[in-house]
Write a protein that binds this ligand. Structure first.
Ligand SMILES: [Zn+2]
Length: 79
């Protein structure tokens, strides 16, 4: 599945030009509108919001909250 980001000004398709992985859970992606009459260029912040299933090899420095439902089912995940 490919997730598209549409231009917020003209609803045209956009292209990702560059991305910077700033932390293991946070990335910035620079997008450019493909409509030559628009030309809007913008940055999207890509954040891992919550976990749904725990990793079998968790990285100690990564702290991602789990969804409320999973935390209720497995109290040890809520930290
Ligand atoms: Zn546009």
């Amino acid at each position: 599945m490919r997730i598209r980001t549409l231009c917020p000004h003209c609803d045209s398709h956009t292209v990702a030009r560059t991305s910077s992985q700033l932390t293991p859970t946070f990335k910035e992606i620079l997008y450019q509108c493909t409509n030559p009459l628009c030309g809007f260029t913008f940055v999207v912040e890509h954040v891992i919001a919550r976990g749904l299933s725990p990793s079998a090899i968790p990285r100690p420095s990564v702290d991602i909250p789990f969804s409320q439902r999973l935390a209720q089912k497995h109290p040890m995940l809520s930290g």
